[in-house]
Write a protein that binds this ligand. Sequence first.
Ligand SMILES: Cc1cc2nc3c(=O)[nH]c(=O)nc-3n(C[C@H](O)[C@H](O)[C@H](O)COP(=O)(O)O)c2cc1C
Length: 176
Amino acid sequence: MNVNDAVLTRLTVREYKPDAVQDDVVHRLLEAGRLSPSSQNLQPWHFIVIRDAATIKQLGEMATQGPFLGDAPLAIAVVTDDTPRAPLDAGRAIQQMELVAWEEGMGTCFIGIRDADQNAAIKEVLGIPAHLVLLTILPFGYRKSANMGKFGRRNRRNMAEVAHSERFGNTYTPSI
Ligand SMILES: Cc1cc2nc3c(=O)[nH]c(=O)nc-3n(C[C@H](O)[C@H](O)[C@H](O)COP(=O)(O)O)c2cc1C
């Protein structure tokens, strides 16, 4: 699968096969994150690999925005330094991990953990130091079917709404 195919076909995946994710695949996911670009090359991220089924189940019970996490065979928590650019940097790392997972026949979902109490409780479970930021826990697993999107990538704003030509407000008209 080339990058464009991955970009065109990727969907958020919220249902996973129980099949274990082998070490070499986990390594490729981590490399996709670790090698991402970041502002000033600060690389303000940590990735916690979680394979223990009991811990994943517990996290699924805690993460109200993504209870399906509890059924994934693998989860990777993304933790950052508390700096202004860190969410942007981590977002790029996460996207790279998503695309590599997709190529592997897997899927994931960004699970937001915005509730302060919930976030603190999960940090406690994972032993994350208080001064660091828990951004998301990404469940990973092999895709169950071809149609996993809850909202679906086809549900997007039209090109004409988001693309402008030369100056804001001028409709971009592709010549293809
Ligand atoms: C920053 C961010 C936060 C998200 N938070 C959640 C979430 O908490 N729970 C969830 O089920 N999906 C979450 N999503 C997934 C989006 O709902 C999904 O990407 C969007 O609906 C488009 O669908 P697609 O990824 O299949 O194209 C999040 C995505 C992003 C980028």
